[in-house]
Design a protein around this ligand. Structure first.
Ligand code: FAD
Length: 411
C-alpha cells in the first residue's frame, strides 16, 4: 500500500513541498495538502507589495537570525537563490533582478508565483483540503492522525508541518501551529513582530506625521552601534516606517534599549552642516527661525530641529543664533534621537522573529527530534531573514531539504 505524506499549511513551504515531493517520489506515495483558509497561498499574493520579491541573489546565512546564527547555512547551500530561480523557471516564471539583488517575477505580479505553484499542483492531481484547520496530531502504530477544528481526520505516514509564524494573522498565520507543536513537546524562542514599523515616543514624531525624508537610520543598543540603513523614512503619529525601518526592525527582537538616530543630511559631515548653518545665518540675517530652514529641510522638520536644539520660539531672530546653538542644530540634524519603544505589532508585521527552537530539529533534514516522522520548514522555525526576498528564500530552501529527506525515508 502506498504511504501518505500530509503537508500541513498551504503557504510558500507547503505548495513548493508538494511539487518537490512529487518530483522525488513520482507515483510511489500519496500527497495531500491541508490548509486552514478557504484557499492556499493567500500570503504569497500580499508579498513584495503585490509583486513578490521571491528571493535575493545575495542570500547567505548572514542574512538570517535566530538562536543558532549558522542554522540556515546548510539549507541555503542545498537550495540557493539560483535554485529558486531555476525552480520557478521550470514552472514558467521568468525573473528580473531589481535593486539590492531582489528577485521578482518578470511580470512583477505576485499572482504569477502563486498561479505557477497551483497550476503545477493541479496538473499533478495533488489533492488540497481547504478549510482544514489542523488542531490535533496524534500517533498510533506509526501512523499520524491529523484532526481538524471541525473534527475531520486524515491519516498520514509522514508530515511536513509548515503553518508559518504569527505575523499577519489575517493571512492565516496566528501562531496556532507553533502552539500545537508546543503542546506536543516542542519549545519556542520568544515571538516578536519583525519587518514592521517601529514605535517611538509620540512627542518626537507626531508633529512630523506624514513627512517622508530620504536619510540614514542608525541603530544603537545603548551606546553600541549595531547597523544602519539608508532610504525613505516615513513619520507616523506613533513612530517611523519605511524600508530602512523595516530592515532594522529585526534588531528589536535581539537587543534591549534600542535607540535610532536619523541623519537628515547624510551627504554632509556634521562640520559641513555646521558651516552651512553658519553661512545661512549671514544670508538670512533679516528674518527669524520660522524661515531659517526654508530650502534646507522640510519646514515642520526645521521647527522640530529648532525646538530640539533648545529654541522654543520661532520668532527668534536668525542674527542672534550663536555658534553653540548652530552646533547643537547640526548635531540634531545628523543625529535625531528616537528611542524605540516597541514594534507596531503582529497585525502589521511581515514576519515573526523567533519560532520553534531549531536545536529540536535535525540540522540536515529538519525532522523533529521529538515527533519522529514530522518535519518543519519555513517561518514556523526560529529563523528570521532581512527584508529583500530572504524570508521566502528560507521558505523555498527549507522546504526543499525537508521534503527531500522526508520523501526519501518513505520510498
Ligand atoms: C505583507 C507581507 C509581505 C511579504 N513580502 C515578502 C517578500 O516580498 N519577500 C519575502 O521573502 N518574504 C515576504 N514576506 C514573508 C513571507 O511571505 C513568509 O516568510 C513566507 O510566506 C513563510 O512561508 P511559510 O510557508 O513558512 O508560511 P506561510 O506562507 O505563512 O504559510 C503558512 C500556511 O499555513 C496555513 N496554516 C496556518 N495554521 C494552520 C493550521 N493549523 N492548519 C492548516 N493550515 C494552517 C496558513 O493559512 C498559511 O496558508 C511577506 C509577508 C507578508 C505578511
Amino acid at each position: 500500500m502506498k504511504k501518505t505524506l500530509a503537508i500541513v499549511g498551504g503557504g510558500a513551504v507547503g505548495l513548493s513541498s508538494a511539487i518537490h515531493a512529487y518530483n522525488f517520489a513520482k507515483d510511489k506515495i500519496n500527497i495531500i495538502i491541508l490548509e486552514k483558509l478557504d484557499r492556499v497561498g493567500k500570503k504569497i499574493l500580499a508579498t513584495g507589495n503585490g509583486r513578490c520579491n521571491f528571493t535575493n541573489i545575495y542570500a547567505t546565512y548572514e542574512n538570517f537570525y535566530g538562536e543558532d546564527s549558522f542554522f540556515t547555512k546548510y539549507f541555503l547551500e542545498q537550495f540557493s537563490s539560483q535554485d529558486t530561480i531555476n525552480f520557478f523557471y521550470n514552472l514558467g516564471v521568468l525573473h528580473t533582478v531589481l535593486e539590492n539583488g531582489k528577485v521578482y517575477p518578470y511580470s512583477e505580479q505576485a499572482s504569477s508565483i502563486l498561479d505557477a505553484l497551483r497550476n503545477k499542483i493541479d496538473s499533478l492531481n495533488i489533492p488540497i483540503k481547504t478549510e482544514f484547520d489542523v488542531k490535533n496530531i496524534s500517533k498510533k502504530n506509526d501512523k499520524f492522525k491529523i484532526t481538524s477544528a471541525k473534527g475531520e481526520t486524515v491519516l498520514a505516514d509522514k508530515i511536513i508541518f509548515a503553518t508559518g509564524g504569527t505575523a499577519s494573522p489575517n493571512l492565516g498565520t496566528n501562531g496556532g501551529g507553533i502552539k500545537l507543536l508546543k503542546s506536543l513537546g516542542h519549545s519556542s524562542t520568544p515571538l516578536t513582530p519583525a519587518l514592521v514599523q517601529l514605535k517611538t515616543p509620540t512627542e518626537k514624531v507626531k508633529a512630523l506625521k506624514g513627512i517622508k525624508i530620504t536619510g540614514n537610520l542608525k541603530m544603537y543598543s545603548k551606546d553600541t552601534f549595531l547597523k544602519e540603513e539608508y532610504g525613505e523614512i516615513l513619520f507616523t503619529d506613533y513612530g517611523i516606517s519605511g524600508p530602512p525601518v523595516f530592515q532594522l526592525s529585526t534588531l528589536f527582537a535581539r537587543y534591549k534599549n534600542l535607540i535610532g538616530y536619523i541623519d537628515f543630511m547624510p551627504n554632509f559631515t556634521e562640520e559641513d552642516v555646521f558651516n552651512i548653518l553658519k553661512d545661512r545665518k549671514k544670508i538670512l540675517s533679516y528674518t527669524n527661525l520660522e524661515n531659517y530652514f526654508n530650502g534646507l529641510l522640510n519646514k515642520r522638520l526645521g521647527n522640530i530641529i529648532a525646538k530640539t536644539s533648545g529654541i522654543e520660539k520661532l520668532s527668534f531672530l536668525v542674527k542672534n543664533l550663536t555658534d553653540d546653538i548652530l552646533k547643537n542644530m547640526a548635531y540634531h540634524i545628523k543625529n535625531y534621537k528616537l528611542e524605540i519603544l516597541d514594534t507596531n505589532g503582529f497585525n502589521n508585521a511581515q514576519v515573526t522573529a523567533g519560532g520553534l527552537k531549531t536545536k529540536e530539529f535535525n540540522d540536515k533534514t529538519l525532522e523533529s527530534k521529538i515527533i519522529k516522522g514530522l518535519y518543519c520548514a519555513g517561518e514556523i522555525l526560529d529563523v528570521v531573514g532581512d527584508c529583500g526576498g530572504f524570508n521566502l528564500q528560507w521558505a523555498w530552501a527549507s522546504s526543499y531539504v525537508a521534503t527531500k529527506a522526508c520523501v526519501k525515508s518513505m520510498i
